[in-house]
Design a binder for this molecule. Structure first.
Ligand SMILES: Cc1cc2nc3c(=O)[nH]c(=O)nc-3n(C[C@H](O)[C@H](O)[C@H](O)COP(=O)(O)OP(=O)(O)OC[C@H]3O[C@@H](n4cnc5c(N)ncnc54)[C@H](O)[C@@H]3O)c2cc1C
Length: 504
C-alpha cells in the first residue's frame, strides 16, 4: 500500500524522525519507502510554528526507473549560445535526445572566475578582464541559487531533479523555497559541464558570438571572428548581453520592449528579520526570509531576491556603471539580510519606442550611480531613514554594508528617476508596517538594482523559433522568456524539446 499524507503538521522544533514514526503508525508497518513531496514553514502563529508536509510512504520499496528519451533520427549541428541556466539545461536535454551541442560562453569557466574572486578578496585589486566585476552574474555560477518560481512550468520538477542529479541537496525537490547557495552552485555547474563533455558535447569559454545569418540553407555564426556552420542555434544570452541585442537588431530579428523593475538593495541585520518573522526562538529555525509588496505609492513596489545571511555583490557588466545584486552561501549564516526593493519600470519611462530603449534607461541609471559614488566601482549608499527624509547620510548605524568593492554615501535621488524615488518613499514605510524593523532608519540602501530581468524580448513562435529566422531559438531570461534560475532552466529544457522535435 502506498499512502499519500497531506497537510501533516509537526512542531518546527521536532526532528524528521517524528514524521517517519507518524507514517509507520498510519501504515501499521515499518516504512520502506518514504518521500517528502512538500515541506513548508507555517510561522503565522509565532507561539506555534509548524512544518507542514506532504509525504508519500509505503511498506514496500518503490523503484524509480531512470527516464529514457527517444533519440533523434538525424543529428544536427547545434550551437547553444550562453552557459547560464537556460543554455546549460538546454544542452543537457539536447544530449538526452542524442544531439551533441556546442556550448559557447563568452565568459570564463567557473574555476577561473572563482580564482578571480579569490585574488580580488586577497588583493582588493580587480583584473579588468575579470568576470567578478564585468561578467554576467549569470552563468548560474555566482548567483544565489534560490529556485522558487511562480511560472508553473511543466519542466520545473525536471529542473529540480536535474540539479539534484548534479549534486544539489535532495531537499530542494520538496522545500517550498528551495535554495542551493552560491558556494554549492559552482560545483554543480562544473559537474554539468563535465557531463556535457563526457557525452560528446563541446564547451568553449571565451567564445563570443558576434554575428548570425542564414545563407544557402545553413546558419552562419561568427564566433571570435571565425565563421561556423550550424543547423540550429539557441540564443540563451542572458539579460545583460547588450552588444548581442544590438547585433540581433541589426540582423533584423523582431524585438519588442519589455518592462522590468528597478530600485535599491536594502540590508538589515539577519537576527532582526529572524525575530520579526519567527519570534525569540528564530535561531533554532532556518534563516528567515520575507517577501513584501506595497501599493501605497504611485506604482507597485516589491521586494525580490531576498538573501538571508547574504551579501550585496557587484553585477555590473559595462565600464562606468554600477549594478548590485545579492547572494548567500548555503548556510545563510552571514550577519546581514538583503533584498532588492524595486518599483515597476514602465515603457513610458524609456522615452523612446526603440526596442532597446529599456537598455538605454538601465545604462543611464547605472552610470549615474557610478558617478554618484565617485567612481572606482564603489556603490552609492544611503541610510534608509535619511532616504525617507530626503537627507544626506554621513555615518552608518548598527547595520554595515557588505558590498565588497567599497561604498560612498550618496542620495539615491541623485541617480534614480523621481517616480521610483517617490514610490519607494511611500512603499518602504508601508512594508515596515508588515514586517517589523524593515523600515528601521539605519538599514542600508545600496544602488543600483537595475537588472531584475530583461528590458527586451526577442520574438519567437509556438515552435520556439525566432519570428522569420528559421533554426534560431531565443531562450531564457535575456530573450524575455524567464526571470530567475528555475524559469530560465525550464525554458532551456522546453527549447531543447522543441528543437529536437524537428529531428525525431
Ligand atoms: C548575484 C546574483 C544572484 C542571483 N540570485 C538568484 C537566485 O537566487 N535565484 C534566481 O532565480 N535568480 C538569481 N539570479 C538571477 C539569475 O542568475 C538569472 O535569472 C539567470 O542566470 C538567467 O539565466 P539565463 O541562462 O537566461 O541567463 P544568464 O545566466 O545571464 O546566462 C547567459 C550567458 O550567456 C553568455 N552570453 C551572452 N551573450 C553571449 C554571446 N554573444 N556569446 C557567447 N556567450 C554569450 C553570458 O556570458 C552568460 O553567461 C541572480 C543573479 C545574480 C547576478
Amino acid at each position: 500500500m502506498k499512502l499519500l499524507l497531506k497537510d501533516v503538521k509537526l512542531s518546527a522544533f521536532a526532528g524528521e524522525e517524528e514524521l517517519l514514526a507518524l507514517c509507520e503508525r498510519k501504515l501499521r508497518a515499518p516504512c520502506r519507502y518514504f518521500r517528502i513531496l512538500k515541506k513548508s514553514l507555517d510561522a503565522r502563529d509565532k507561539g506555534n510554528i509548524m512544518w507542514v508536509y506532504t509525504v508519500e510512504c509505503s511498506e514496500k520499496t518503490v523503484p524509480h526507473p531512470p527516464k529514457i528519451y527517444e533519440k533523434v533520427k538525424k543529428t544536427p549541428r547545434v550551437f547553444v549560445v550562453g552557459a547560464g541556466p537556460a543554455g546549460l539545461f538546454c544542452a543537457l536535454r539536447l544530449l538526452d535526445r542524442g544531439i551533441k551541442p556546442v556550448l559557447l560562453e563568452r565568459g570564463k569557466s567557473v574555476e577561473e572566475r572563482a580564482e578571480d574572486v579569490r585574488r580580488f578578496r586577497e588583493t582588493g585589486v580587480l583584473d579588468p578582464s575579470s568576470n567578478v566585476q564585468f561578467g554576467e552574474g549569470g552563468a548560474g555560477t555566482f548567483s544565489d541559487g534560490k529556485l522558487n518560481t511562480q511560472t508553473g512550468s511543466p519542466f520545473h520538477a525536471d529542473v529540480l531533479e536535474t540539479f539534484v542529479r548534479f549534486g544539489a541537496p535532495p531537499e530542494i525537490e520538496y522545500l517550498n523555497k528551495p535554495h542551493i547557495g552560491s558556494d554549492r552552485l559552482r560545483g554543480i555547474v562544473a559537474a554539468m559541464r563535465e557531463h556535457i563533455l563526457e557525452m560528446g558535447g563541446e564547451v568553449r569559454f571565451g567564445a563570443l558570438l558576434t554575428d548570425i545569418e542564414r545563407r544557402g540553407g545553413k546558419l552562419l555564426l561568427t564566433v571570435n571572428g571565425v565563421r561556423e556552420e550550424a543547423d540550429d542555434a539557441v540564443l540563451a544570452i542572458g539579460h545583460s548581453a547588450r552588444d548581442t541585442f544590438e547585433m540581433l537588431r541589426a540582423r533584423g530579428f523582431q524585438m519588442e520592449q519589455k518592462e522590468f523593475a528597478a530600485g535599491l538593495r536594502v540590508e538589515h541585520l539577519q537576527a532582526e528579520i529572524g525575530r520579526a518573522q519567527y519570534g525569540p526562538r528564530y535561531a533554532e529555525l532556518p534563516a528567515a526570509d520575507y517577501k513584501l509588496v506595497s501599493h501605497a505609492g504611485e506604482r507597485a513596489a516589491f521586494t525580490f531576491c531576498m538573501c538571508p545571511g547574504g551579501t550585496v555583490v557587484p553585477a555590473a557588466r559595462e565600464e562606468g556603471g554600477v549594478v548590485v545584486n545579492g547572494m548567500s552561501d548555503y548556510a545563510r549564516d552571514g550577519k546581514n539580510a538583503n533584498s532588492a526593493v524595486v518599483v515597476q519600470v514602465k515603457k513610458e519611462d524609456f522615452g523612446s519606442g526603440d526596442p532597446l530603449a529599456g537598455v538605454a534607461f538601465q545604462r543611464e541609471i547605472e552610470r549615474r550611480a557610478y558617478a554618484a559614488a565617485g567612481g572606482g566601482y564603489r556603490a552609492p549608499v544611503q541610510l534608509l531613514g535619511d532616504f525617507l527624509e530626503g537627507r544626506e547620510s554621513c555615518a552608518f548605524g548598527e547595520v554595515g554594508p557588505t558590498y565588497p568593492i567599497g561604498t560612498a554615501f550618496a542620495p539615491a535621488e541623485s541617480y534614480l528617476p523621481p517616480v521610483l524615488v517617490r514610490t519607494l518613499r511611500a512603499a518602504i514605510p508601508d512594508m515596515g508596517r508588515r514586517l517589523r524593523g524593515f523600515d528601521r532608519p539605519d538599514a542600508v540602501l545600496t544602488g543600483v538594482e537595475s537588472r531584475t530581468s530583461s528590458p527586451v524580448r526577442v520574438l519567437r513562435g509556438e515552435d520556439g523559433q525566432a519570428a522569420g529566422a528559421e533554426g534560431v531559438y531565443p531562450c531564457g531570461e535575456g530573450c524575455g522568456y524567464a526571470g530567475g534560475i528555475s524559469s530560465a532552466a525550464a525554458d532551456g529544457l522546453r527549447t531543447a524539446e522543441l528543437l529536437a522535435r524537428k529531428y525525431l
